[in-house]
Design a protein around this ligand. Structure first.
Ligand code: 4HQ
Length: 250
């Protein structure tokens, strides 16, 4: 899969994309991330990318022509047309189903806005606006990196353990269950109880462990994100566990 990112902070995007699991996938040629400096597509001596808004008001707007030239150049690279995304608070909220849909595209272009936003006419070249959440950032670089990270994990081979991707939180539409590692017990101060790993996880009873994890994932989801249970992709066992969790405590 290929990502092309257009930004006024190419070093920031290059740095972050080169780290961790995504960085390893780039080295392994599973992914290509090409970062383009928007200023390289200006034609004036001072490489100006922004201008004042028509109609007045505070802040600056990204000029359209450098973005159009960047897109013209990028679209020459491959055969076929890339899917062009603009990161913006007005966009489609980024959820795991949206991430899955984007991961089926072979080629994404991410336009990173800055300042108050981009000239509205740039949207004629954008296939979809994507928002990473209802808060205001100072630029689209972090959203672009979030999109790349979430999408890249679904490209076969990027995450070593395919099992972990399939079972991940949201992969199943529920919050994750609690995780523990050694030691099985941690002594704390004299007045406090030792912190123990739940016995079931040490039992070796894998059917029990699976049920416990399901119950914990459901209990957490019910407690913290009941909205996630509304769409209901629960199997029969999960529906039963959920009914039990909702019963008043005896
Ligand atoms: N931006 N999700 C870029 C965001 C944002 C978000 C603010 C995008 C500023 C210029 N993007 N503009 N939230 O806050 O995607």
């Amino acid at each position: 899969m290929r990502f092309d990112v257009v930004t006024i902070f190419p070093a920031m995007v290059q740095q972050a994309a080169g780290a961790g699991i995504v960085g390893r996938a780039i080295e392994g040629r599973l992914l290509t991330v090409a970062v383009h400096d928007l200023r390289d597509f200006t034609t004036d001596r001072h490489r100006v990318v922004d201008d004042v808004p028509y109609g007045g008001g505070p802040g600056m707007v990204l000029k359209p022509e450098p973005l159009f030239r960047a897109l013209d150049t990028i679209e020459q690279i491959g055969e076929g047309r890339p899917t062009v995304l603009l990161t913006s608070p007005q966009g489609t909220p980024l959820t795991q189903p949206v991430v899955e849909r984007l991961s089926r595209q072979p080629w994404l272009v991410l336009l990173c806005g800055r300042y108050e936003g981009v000239d509205e006419r740039v949207r004629t070249r954008v296939d979809e606006e994507v928002s990473i959440g209802d808060y205001v950032l100072s630029g689209g670089e972090l959203p672009a990196l979030v999109i790349i990270d979430a999408v890249a994990r679904l490209v076969p081979g990027v995450v070593g353990d395919e099992q972990s991707v399939a079972e991940d939180s949201f992969g199943r539409g529920l919050l994750d269950f609690p995780h523990y590692t050694r030691p099985a017990e941690i002594a704390t101060s004299a007045s406090r109880e030792p912190l123990r790993v739940p016995d079931v996880l040490l039992s070796g009873n894998h059917a029990e462990i699976r049920r416990w994890r399901k119950r914990e994932a459901l209990a957490r989801t019910l407690e913290r994100r009941p909205d996630l249970l509304e769409h209901g992709e629960l199997d029969a066992e999960e529906q039963k566990l959920l009914r039990e969790l909702k019963l008043p405590k005896p």
